[in-house]
Design a protein around this ligand. Structure first.
Ligand SMILES: Nc1ncnc2c1ncn2[C@@H]1O[C@H](COP(=O)(O)OP(=O)(O)OP(=O)(O)O)[C@@H](O)[C@H]1O
Ligand SMILES: [Mg+2]
Length: 334
């Protein structure tokens, strides 16, 4: 079931002079199409200006398409009467936690959203407790938000959205202003909300590492979706990503460089443990080769049996890599 559906969406920002005459038009979305399944964890990547934030604002009804439509749980964002329901269904978390926190005390802040939409007082209490528990901030409920770290403030902002009982949360670079620990805590929280509570997560980020655990990665460029697949599929396409001025996770880059240097490392390695395993296998094979050489029976020697340093991957012909490059439509790496 779809929770978000952007259909042939076009949007331009317009700058007008004092007489309301259009001075400049900046196209931001250009035939953008994207369906997001309920309950999924989707990461949206894209270079600066590719249209990510514009898309996020469309989902929340803050901006409306010039052409095309955006639906949230089948509700058209262009329908004014549905706007409150749409914003309850799809909550937004922005980059700067300081701009999102308004209460003087954490629990007051989290209560603000439900109070605003007229949730009965007794229910607000339960929602605030639940939301703070969900982001692991219960013990800070009586604190002043000003005293919290960036990561904690961002978790309070997420609790504020949670208290609205959304089906979906769109987070636009929620970790951009946080230190590594804050980033980790926020990403862990978001992942838990997805896995444990079934909340659909749309995470916009410039940190490639944050995309590794998503169910799906969507890459935007020039106001439309240009790549769409699992993290492994997307991060196997290193050259294409680089052409879009995007990086890959550090470990994927390392694996890619090793592969380019001739080592038979599979593409789309996402985690340190995976690369470790591959390298251990290669080393073990090399090792086994030299051991076997003592009792070989004249068969083809394994890696390193000629007494020289085992040259891992020398059995992989150059042209293999080229073939793979041409084969990217099949999901092979470049
Ligand atoms: N308020 C605005 N007025 C005019 N043009 C804008 C405005 N906001 C965005 N744009 C332009 O619209 C395009 C898309 O911008 P958007 O902010 O959606 O990109 P983004 O992918 O979120 O970028 P970033 O990674 O820098 O946050 C860009 O060309 C940008 O310059
Ligand atoms: Mg943005």
């Amino acid at each position: 079931m779809k929770i978000i559906d952007a259909v042939h969406v076009f949007f331009d920002y317009m700058r007008k002079d004092e007489n309301d005459k259009i001075e400049e038009i900046s196209p931001a979305l250009s035939d953008m199409n994207l369906e997001i399944e309920k309950g999924s964890f989707v990461c949206v990547l894209g270079h600066n200006g590719s249209g990510k934030s514009t898309f996020a604002k469309m989902v929340n009804g803050l901006l409306l398409p010039r052409e095309g439509s955006v639906y949230v749980a089948d509700m058209d964002t262009a329908d004014d009467e549905l706007l409150i329901k749409i914003r309850e269904t799809a909550g937004m978390v922005f980059q700067n936690p300081d701009n999102q926190i308004i209460g003087n005390i954490v629990e007051e802040d989290v209560a603000f959203g439900p109070e605003n939409i007229g949730v009965p007082t007794a229910e607000i209490r339960d929602r605030v407790d639940e939301a703070l528990e969900a982001v692991n901030m219960t013990k800070y409920k009586d604190r002043s938000p000003g005293k919290l770290s960036g990561g904690q403030k961002q978790r309070v902002a997420i609790a504020g959205v949670m208290a609205m009982k959304p089906e979906c949360i769109i987070l636009d670079e929620p970790t951009a202003m946080l230190d590594p620990k804050g980033r980790k805590d926020v990403i862990r929280t978001v992942r838990e909300l997805n896995k444990r509570d079934g909340i659909t997560i749309v995470l916009i980020t410039h940190y490639m590492e944050e995309a590794v655990d998503a169910d799906r990665v969507v890459v935007m460029d020039g106001g439309r979706v240009v790549m769409d697949g699992t993290p492994r599929e997307i991060f196997s396409r290193v050259e294409e990503l680089k052409a879009l001025r995007l990086d890959v996770p550090q470990i994927t880059e390392l694996a890619y460089e090793l592969r380019k240097a001739g080592m038979p490392v599979p593409c789309g390695i996402l985690r340190k443990e995976e690369l470790e395993e591959v390298i251990m296998e290669l080393l073990f094979e090399g090792d086994k080769g030299s051991c076997d050489s003592t009792d070989t029976d004249g068969t083809e020697p394994d890696l390193g049996t000629d007494g020289t340093e085992p040259d891992l991957g020398t059995d992989r012909p150059e042209q293999d890599l080229d073939t793979d490059r041409e084969d990217k439509s099949e999901g092979a790496c470049q």
